[in-house]
Design a protein around this ligand. Sequence first.
Ligand SMILES: [Zn+2]
Ligand SMILES: [Zn+2]
Length: 127
Amino acid sequence: MSNSTLHATYAGASRAAGAQAAALQLLLARTGADRDLALALAQVDITQMKGVLDAAGLQAALAEARAERDITAALAERCRRREAAGVALGATCACGHSAATHASRLVNGARLPCRHTGCGCGDLAFS
Ligand SMILES: [Zn+2]
Ligand SMILES: [Zn+2]
């Protein structure tokens, strides 16, 4: 590689690292003055995020985190109901359909209605 190519490569890398340093320095200053912001940033799992932390990136990560919260809450509820009824993993609902056929997210905070067309079961129930 020529000297001028190397110079441009190192200069570019230095500018990028400088921009990162400036951004991190700003975050350190702001989080030092704002405990809520510091706690919120400490909660963000950057290994779960792709791309940059701009508004669009934050919106995408927010939507993904909310979906995961809701889907895992529904899975936990399925397991809780299975355990309460004392039934095995493959047990079907009273409507005859599998637990997986029911909503993947809690509806109105507590219900898991059946999604099978025409079923009408309003909430997953093992018996
Ligand atoms: Zn059902
Ligand atoms: Zn059903």
